[in-house]
Design a protein around this ligand. Structure first.
Ligand code: SF4
Length: 247
């Protein structure tokens, strides 16, 4: 893993998904096989494989403090092209420092991660009156997770994190995206742990080789996503969980 500390010129960026996005890191130690964020390599000159480099935006809290004073408030997505709670965050605490600033200024926040490290910051989340915390949970089958997301935390850890957050009074959501084989079993596991679910299909081809290598081609076709999406929506409704389908 190649880790570099860098000094960016900006940290709070306009986003097409929410009003703003903050990425304290470039690159991601989770290195998911399907990750669309690998396009960042083009902009940063990295030649290493995705998942084998991280640029740490070491000055991002100071930068955010300056930028926030000159910017109209809006909802901030943390993060869009990295996992804000990837293992390096344990020591650098850049995500936490940025969230502290956002909470202090009463900005609405949407956190999205695959890591139970997010539980470290429950005290901070409790100080915000407009924060939601989501964990991406792509399948209920940890064997499938290991094929597609070998360096990311287990599904069990993610669901337990959602449960703990929810019981702490934090608004939570699960992001079933991309929908992997075994996602059908998630509604039962998510009941009572989330306020809502977002769901999307696989929209990129980076992991086609994984489907082929593991004889899972049936799960990369339109029929799989349509039928699994319908089943998930129906079973989530049965658990009284609001579901938003993004495809
Ligand atoms: S955790 Fe998110 S940003 Fe990181 S590699 Fe996986 S999909 Fe990409």
């Amino acid at each position: 893993m190649i880790v570099r500390e860098i000094h960016p010129r900006s940290i709070l960026s306009r986003s097409k998904v929410l009003d703003y996005v903050i990425n304290p890191y470039i690159g991601c130690q989770h290195g998911c096989t399907y990750c669309y964020a690998r396009f960042m390599k083009r902009f940063t000159g990295h030649k290493e494989p995705w998942g084998e480099f991280v640029d740490v935006k070491i000055s991002c809290p100071d930068l955010l403090q300056r930028q926030i004073n000159k910017t109209p408030p809006g909802r901030v997505w943390v993060s869009g092209v990295c996992d804000p709670y990837q293992p390096l965050e344990r020591n650098y605490e850049l995500t936490r420092k940025c969230l502290e600033i956002l909470v202090r200024h009463c900005w609405p926040i949407t956190v999205q991660t695959r890591s139970p490290l997010v539980l470290r910051d429950v005290d901070l989340f409790r100080r915000s009156d407009n924060i939601e915390v989501g964990l991406s949970v792509t399948t209920a089958d940890d064997g499938v997770r290991r094929l597609f997301e070998p360096c990311a935390p287990s599904i069990k850890e993610r669901i337990e994190a959602l449960e703990e957050l929810h019981h702490a009074g934090i608004r939570t959501y699960a992001m079933i995206a991309p929908m992997l084989p075994g996602a059908e079993e998630l509604p039962a596991a998510l009941g009572g742990k989330v306020d809502y679910v977002l769901m999307d299909r696989m929209n990129y081809h980076y992991a086609d080789w994984v489907y082929r290598k593991c004889n899972l081609e049936r799960a990369m076709c339109d029929d799989f996503f349509a039928s699994t999406g319908r089943k998930l929506a129906s079973d989530l409704a049965g658990q009284s969980i609001d579901c938003r389908v993004l495809f």
